[in-house]
Design a binder for this molecule. Structure first.
Ligand code: ADP
Length: 172
């Protein structure tokens, strides 16, 4: 089982091999984490995303999938973009949220990365309740992926950090 580190902070400032972007399917930028990554990482990331759209990802990235680009000027080496599901009160999309975490770790391992940092995918603009998102993230990130030795969850605000911490304690 992976040891998962929880920190309160900004995903764009993480000194890890891979930072994960809570992207949208267009891959062409948005608000929240996506906006921050593109702003601080500079134009190289958007350029790489445009190339993906011109090639294999002509229709964009599907929910739950993950794809890597350069991290531009960020301290990380790569950005892995994944598209979280929008919260639905009537449809269980938990499997798709778990896919985001799992497929991002697999994409990172494929690059030869050892360390990876995640934001709380889907809990912002996509409105996923934080407690449920924490349970899914912590359960999925506990799955071993060969080559990945360090997993960090970077929670932006104290409230989100506290909910993740409480759920991590419950698992012990
Ligand atoms: P989504 O569209 O998947 O909901 P968002 O980017 O809107 O993605 O939000 C996901 C989570 O990331 C939210 O909890 C939000 O508060 C948080 N967040 C926003 N900016 C940052 C940042 N720079 N670093 C880490 N987390 C962030």
């Amino acid at each position: 089982m992976n040891l998962i580190e929880l920190v309160q902070g900004d995903i764009t400032e993480q000194h890890v091999d891979v930072v994960v972007n809570a992207a949208n399917s267009s891959l062409l930028g948005g608000g929240g984490v996506d906006g921050a990554i593109h702003r601080k990482g500079g134009p190289a990331i958007l350029e790489a995303c445009r190339k993906l759209r011109a090639g294999h990802y002509g229709r964009g990235l599907k929910t739950g999938q993950a794809v890597a680009t350069t991290a531009g000027k960020l301290p990380a080496r790569w950005v892995v973009h994944t598209v979280g599901p929008v919260w639905s009160a009537t449809e269980d999309r938990s499997g798709l949220l778990a896919d985001c975490y799992r497929n991002s770790m697999l994409a990172a391992a494929e690059l030869g990365a050892c360390s990876i940092a995640f934001p709380a995918i889907s809990t912002g603009i996509y409105r996923w309740p934080v407690e449920s998102a924490a349970k899914i993230a912590l359960t999925t990130l506990a799955e071993e992926v060969p080559g990945i030795t360090s997993v960090r969850l970077v929670l932006f605000d104290k409230k989100t950090y506290d909910v993740f911490s409480e759920n991590a304690q419950d698992k012990k």
